[in-house]
Design a protein. Structure first.
Length: 173
């Protein structure tokens, strides 16, 4: 029996994920006692639903069981979507982060924080304080979406604060 390798598993799994209309974002294999843990991360424009994850999980499991790519060893399969902390490394990642606040470290060591305003073939435009910044994706050393509580650009008004149980100090209305 062949020994499972991430490259061999990826070669079997990628067409299954693609046929479901999803992108294979990540695939990792780790040992978990006598079993292996196979984690697969999938995504697409507009995000993935639980039904999408269940469907692709079932198909991937079926294909893995029909082949010897896992080497006959017991394994646990986890299929999910990337979290908000996924690095923005591909043009599609930037496109999916449109409207979100991101922080990017550039090749020259500088840092830019701004909202993704536009994404082109090899560039991204960030609405940064002071002015828009056009960045070549290849010049970005690392970038991540910044977590914003309440969602992008949401500032609670007084009615929202009152609904959330916030009480104005005595004497203020």
């Amino acid at each position: 029996m062949a020994t499972a390798s991430p490259e061999r598993v990826r070669a079997v799994v990628a067409p299954v994920v693609s046929s479901a209309g999803l992108d294979l974002e990540d695939l990792t294999m780790t040992s978990a006692g006598r079993r292996r843990l196979l984690r697969i991360s999938v995504d697409r424009d507009g995000g993935v639903s639980l039904d999408d994850v269940a469907h692709v999980s079932q198909r991937v499991s079926q294909v893995l069981d029909e082949t010897d790519v896992m080497g006959g060893d017991a394994y646990v399969l986890e299929v999910g979507s990337p979290g908000v902390d996924r690095p923005l490394t591909e043009q599609r990642h930037w496109r999916r982060a449109s409207g979100r606040l991101v922080q990017a470290v550039l090749a020259d060591g500088s840092t830019v924080t701004g909202r993704v305003a536009a994404v082109e073939a090899d560039e991204v435009v960030l609405d940064a304080p002071g002015s828009d910044r056009r960045l070549r994706i290849a010049d970005v050393r690392r970038a991540r979406v910044q977590v914003e509580f309440g969602g992008p650009g949401v500032v609670p008004d007084s009615a929202d604060a009152e609904d959330a149980g916030t009480v104005a100090p005595e004497g203020q209305v």
